[in-house]
Design a protein around this ligand. Structure first.
Ligand SMILES: CC(C)(COP(=O)(O)OP(=O)(O)OC[C@H]1O[C@@H](n2cnc3c(N)ncnc32)[C@H](O)[C@@H]1OP(=O)(O)O)[C@@H](O)C(=O)NCCC(=O)NCCS
Length: 164
């Protein structure tokens, strides 16, 4: 099957981006988002099986497009944190050639506009993502040792509004 990126990520030219267009994803974007997820995280996650629910209630998914091309996505849904159901960022990714252009920040701004109170897990070794969330004003709630299958720790991060 051909990828939505045509000749492959390596063939993309260096980009001069002003901004991406961010829009809510619909059912028809499911395949595209699965490809984005796999390109950003590998096949193992595959949206934790959530992809059939994209475009339905209870899941908020955004897609970032540069021109005609999908460049990034975010997926958010309700998940329990300390006995409360709170919107949870289950995935955010930007394709490698499009990174460092503020697309993740734009995606998170869209997520915040719908759900100002959020939480998420981030791999303790993922400096890029930790910086992103810190820059957006999120805080570390706790560390969970050996949370990921390879033994990496996770940091649980929350918005300021969750703490107050
Ligand atoms: C993390 C990720 C989503 C960032 O996407 P991006 O569009 O490149 O991020 P932005 O351009 O919006 O950067 C916003 C901020 O994030 C931080 N950041 C982003 N990439 C970084 C990097 N490689 N190293 C350090 N900090 C980084 C910086 O604070 C940056 O602000 P600055 O540009 O003022 O320095 C992207 O690297 C990615 O898709 N990684 C793979 C998937 C992943 O790890 N997702 C997060 C899971 S929790």
């Amino acid at each position: 099957m051909a990828t939505p990126h045509g000749a492959g990520l390596a063939a993309l030219p260096l980009l001069e981006l002003s901004s991406a267009m961010i829009r809510p994803a619909s059912k028809s974007d499911r395949t595209q988002i699965c490809w984005l997820e796999c390109a950003c995280f590998g096949w193992e996650r595959l949206l934790f099986g959530l992809w059939p629910r994209i475009g339905r209630r209870g899941i908020s998914t955004w897609i970032a497009e540069v021109g005609e091309k999908a460049a990034g996505y975010s997926i958010t849904y309700y998940r329990e944190l300390d006995h409360q159901m709170v919107w949870y960022v289950g995935g955010i990714g930007v394709l490698q050639p499009y990174r460092h252009n503020g697309i993740a920040q734009q995606l998170m701004a869209a997520v915040f506009s719908d759900h100002p109170t959020l939480w998420l897990h981030v791999r303790a070794t993922n400096r890029a993502a930790l910086n992103l969330y810190e820059k957006l004003g999120m805080h570390e709630l706790r560390r969970i040792t050996r949370f990921y299958s390879n033994g990496d720790d996770a940091i649980v991060m929350v918005t300021h509004s969750y703490i107050n």
